[in-house]
Write a protein that binds this ligand. Structure first.
Ligand code: GLU
Length: 426
């Protein structure tokens, strides 16, 4: 994962990097274009519920450390809220709020019966032991237990959280609830009610979007030069899928730097050597910076790390003809405009990264039914959902003559606004 640039400048000081503000700007524009009155924006501009918790954890040296965590529930008009929990030193209240709105939009775009939610804990899991991570995971669930649950708000993995953390959280919730409750959380290990295909789902969804995007640009994945920023869950699976499909992955990066080979990197070797946080560049002396990586000459660029990576500073230097956002919020509003003016096809995060929550929905459905699907069944269903969503957004952009981000927000916000209206909230 690359360093979180947004956290370098305190929130509010730099509006252009304020992810909540820029999200609100596009939500407002999307609602205006759909003809909704102001009160709909007033309802949707912030989460309906936001909980801040303090989590005491006994550390390995026997000291007690208090961590801050958040859970934001954006809107539950459509159904229970849904979204991941991230463990990262750059987590902030504003970021979690914006992320919860993005989850609502994703659910709307891929048509899931959910609203958006998101959680985060301010911590650095790279510096914590297994036992400390278990303590913080269980402490977080105890702290938010009253507002979450399989029919209220369903957590999942996000930056630096994984199936093991989901397992501890599920166990803690089940203890509080006094029965085995796998539908409380998704992204679990298979033996605890996880779904086939969940771990690679975000990358699969991105791959499907890339397949659709190249068709529109008249190029082919086979032989295309691809750069991926980030080598975490999404970035690593994606590198593998694209490499297997015949693409040349010429650049990848992690939090510490990037690797570049114009003839194509040895992806299998890199996957073998990466650690569980996606770090691999420390093995090499001749790495490039994350900034240089984004500007490499390539056909397809996939930001798969954190927010605010493509800004007005570097947007005009991007050489790719297609950008597919696997990360949440990697491109600022100003950069989106520059890229769109340059006729670069940008497939936005709320569409491209929706494969994860889609298979999370499949996992929850399987848990509720107690009946489990094969990997093929999951893949087939995911494929249908993603292709339909991609084309709904692409066609909206074409018809309205707008960029795909605004089109995605229009598609994503509509169901929520309708549901809130039917419920008599607005
Ligand atoms: N954290 C992922 C996301 O941002 C997945 C959320 C989920 O599976 O609920 O979309």
């Amino acid at each position: 994962m690359v360093a979180d640039k947004a956290s370098d400048s305190p929130n509010g000081q730099n509006d252009k990097l304020d992810v909540l503000k820029s999200t609100q700007t596009i939500v407002q524009l999307a609602l205006e274009k759909l003809g909704y009155p102001d009160e709909v924006f007033e309802l949707l501009k912030e989460p309906i519920r936001m909980m801040t918790v303090r989590i005491p954890v006994r550390m390995d040296d026997d000291s007690i450390k208090i961590f801050t965590g958040y859970r934001a529930q954006h809107n539950d008009a459509v159904g229970p809220t849904k979204g991941g929990v991230r463990f990262h030193p750059g987590v902030s209240e504003k970021e979690v709020k914006a992320l919860s709105i993005w989850m609502s939009l994703k659910a709307g775009i891929v048509d899931l019966p959910y609203g958006g939610g998101k959680g985060g804990i301010v911590c650095d899991p790279r510096e914590m032991s297994f036992r400390e991570l278990e303590g913080i995971s269980r402490g977080y669930v105890r702290a938010i237990s009253q507002i979450v649950g399989p029919t209220k708000d369903i957590p999942a993995p996000d930056v630096f959280t994984n199936p093991q953390i989901m397992a501890w959280m599920m166990d803690e919730y089940s203890r509080i609830d006094e029965f085995n409750n796998p539908g409380f959380i998704t992204g679990k290990p298979l033996v605890l009610g996880g779904s086939h295909g969940r771990e690679s789902a975000t990358a699969k969804g991105v791959t499907i979007c890339i397949d659709e995007a190249v068709k529109k640009k008249g190029i082919s994945v086979n032989g295309a030069r691809v750069v991926i920023q980030g080598f975490g869950n999404a970035g690593s699976f994606l590198a593998k899928f694209l490499h297997d499909a015949g693409a040349k992955v010429i650049g990848i990066s992690d939090a510490y730097g990037g690797l570049h080979d114009p003839d194509g990197l040895d992806i299998d070797y890199l996957l073998d050597r990466r650690d569980s946080f996606g770090t691999v560049t420390k093995l090499f002396n001749d790495s490039i910076t994350n900034e240089e990586l984004l500007e490499l000459d390539c056909d397809i660029l996939v930001p798969a790390a954190v927010e605010n990576q493509i800004t007005e500073e570097n947007a005009h230097k991007i050489k790719a003809s297609i950008i597919v956002e696997a990360a949440n919020g990697p491109t600022t509003l100003e950069a989106t405009k520059i890229l769109s003016d340059r006729d670069i096809l940008l497939v936005p995060d709320v569409l491209a990264s929706a494969g994860g929550v889609t298979v999370s929905y499949f996992e929850w459905v399987q848990n509720n039914q107690g009946y489990y699907w094969s990997e093929e069944e999951v893949e087939e269903k995911l494929y249908k959902v993603m292709v339909k969503a991609f084309n709904a957004v692409y066609n909206t952009a074409e018809v309205r003559k707008i960029d795909m981000r605004l089109a995605a927000y229009m598609v994503g916000v509509r169901k929520m606004a309708e549901a809130a209206r039917f419920r008599g909230w607005i």
